[in-house]
Ligand binder design. Sequence first.
Ligand code: SF4
Length: 842
Amino acid sequence: MSVCLHHGPNQQKNFEQLSEFINKEDDSSYRVLVPNKLSLNQHKASILNNHFNPTLIGQNIMTWEDFLLQLVKKSTHRAHLANHDLCHYLLFSLCKTKHTSLLNDKDNTYQKVEELLLFFQQVKKCGLDIKQANKTFGPHISNQTVFDLFNDYQTELKNRFYYDSGDLHLTTLQLIKNSTLIIGSVKTLYLSQLYPLHPGQREIIRQLKHFNPKLNLHIFYPEDFNQDNQKLTTAYEDLGDISDQSQYNAPSQNSQYSFIQHKSPFHEIDSITQNIKKDLESNYQHNQLGIILTNNNYIKLLCHNLDNLNIPYSLQINLPAKDYLSDSELNTEQINKKFNKNAISLISEKTTFFPTQKIKAIACKQEMTNHLNFIDNLFCEITDKLDQQIKNNYTQEALHFHKIPANPLSHALVITNMANASFHTKRKLYVAGLNLENLTIQKDSSIYSPYLYSKKEFFELLESPSYHLSLTLKKINNLLQQNLDLHLTFPESDLSGKPTTKLNLENTNIIKSTPKSPNDTSYLKERKTDYFKTKKMSFSISALQEYINCPFKYYAAHQLLLGRIDKDDLEPGADIKGSFVHKVLFRMIKENEADYIEGLEYKSYRDKVTKALASIIQEEIENEDSFKDFNQKLIEFYAWRCYKTINELINNESQYFLNKIKLTTPKYYEWSFSRNNTSLFELQTDNGAVTIRGQIDRIDINRSHKMFSIIDYKTGKLPSFNSIKAGSSIQLPLYMMATKSILLNEFNPSGAFYYGLKENDIKGFSISETTDTNMVNKRSQIKLEAWDEIQSNVTHAINTAVKGIHQGDFSPKPLEKNMCQYCDYNKICEYQAKPKPANLQG
Ligand code: SF4
């Protein structure tokens, strides 16, 4: 078997090479595999132009999944394809009847089921069955019912011989492994536009190479691997070592592009439509022009402008039905009535936007309602347990989100999105909305721990926002190398008037356009005010602290959910080590509370606690999956350092107690507020009552003096007393305020302390003349009036932060310049510290 990689940004050349190969094939012994139906039509059209035997095209070009289904059908006695609607409805029914704890948020039912479906399918696409999935993901998913649901879902599909897209990959891999796969007469596979190949596809290709040595493979990748070895993707690395030939399709020249900045999307779209009008008046044909949109909200605006200029266009983006139909039209009964009566009359009622698609949307609704009835019957043992009302609500929601297939017209100018951008080799392409927010998908609610999204190993599998962004940026950079006539634009603000974030693109220079008044946009007014209606009023302390440290950092982490960069260190990252130490400390005191308190006075009890500490560290090291990827000698050394540090802490605490420096003793551990069912902590600000969420490592009390102290363990740098006083470090004061107001209102605060585990030092502040005053130096001991002032500074800081968040003020403004050096977002925020004046430069 030979494996040839055709790579490089020259798409035109890729297509030409593919056509040449196919022209040399003279029978049905080859397959061209493409990612989806849209690409299938494109390939058929472009190959037909050069092919001598058009009759072969139909059976030889197919999507990757259809190819797998063909293989599975040949090798198993019965196999049906379980499409998206079937899988979704089955999962929904199982959640509603057997696994009710998974769907507690009524508003997001459809999306939650969608997320579960994506997870199950992606896991199987990687070749993992339920058992293996449970082993890999079980420790990271808080609700274990997910795996019971997974099991039931698989059983139901299997009993009826249905295979979803994940099963097709898993079964193909199993068939290869058992040497029972039947490939038939196929001798050559051409993989085109399947970019990037996901892990399961790569594994199938690897296994096929070993299984059938006679099979030839040609893979076309629009990625320039010769240019920058640092950027080799996993996909290429995986295939690179099995390929025996490669062909580089270089761009014909390196172009420099203008990146035009417009005042708003309205100005941006107006300028594009005017330019297109001029193109058509010069020597361009409609089908030589294309527009790539990064935001579906631009579509209505663009189509409205093109309609006004009578320019025919082909919208090649699958939009959900809700974008074509009004709420009443989405109502099943209404559709049935009206559709049966006269579809055309419905269209003439209220159509200003893409009438053909609207007809299609209505037809799709009809078809989908029938399909749901079929699924309802197929799984009647489960679905009969559902109330009719629940079924009706589900149908409504499914209709709402159902995607209407795109509408390809060969003679028209094409409107498409970034995902399909590389399918087009137009003479001139307009790319609109190239700002950071448009390129990022956001996940607001999830059944998984957010940790899963930020884990490098799961980036591809769960399609984390960071992975999605890096993929889109790669696609844009590929476009920039294709020697097309490219017209790149971005708006200063989005459709709701919020400022946007500029992108740094290679080979571009930014030009500011002269603002002109855009056309009438009154018909879009209902879109404009969404942002201010959904003001967030509940925050975690760490999120607010992030905003105070740098508004852009908050934006990247909490609005765009970009996650953190995984660094290839020798040891586990600071966040993993931090949570490990917290876990150990929590268990050590919680499980040995009586001994710990006695140990403050007596050595024999301290010895007992340190002995328990050693076995807790050992157990936790064994349980911590993320440590397994690192050199075990280094982990052992780290465990020893932990033991030494915590031991020192135990001895120090005893000294404080014996010397009467600290008289409060441990009472509450990892005490949470405003989370799940815990008590609410609200702060009155000028923006209204803001709910603050948090969890305190330790609260110590002294019953006879009725005093309490807050302890927070820190493995990194400790905030200074000055920052606490100024209100820019909010954690300890808020912990103290929350404890006093909802947990210990009969007690008075004595102090709030950071226990620095790195240097074994203590920072924070104490209230003068209380039980724990001398835990910190004289400067950090404050009178009650100063404590009142700190509380008002913190409230003011939170008020300013919440106001900034509500107003969309997310400019990069680091509290201290040295924060930028290790910031995960320093490549995208575009912040540049002002250069020092000449006389201060070294
Ligand atoms: S690099 Fe600096 S300015 Fe940019 S996001 Fe990070 S902290 Fe903010």
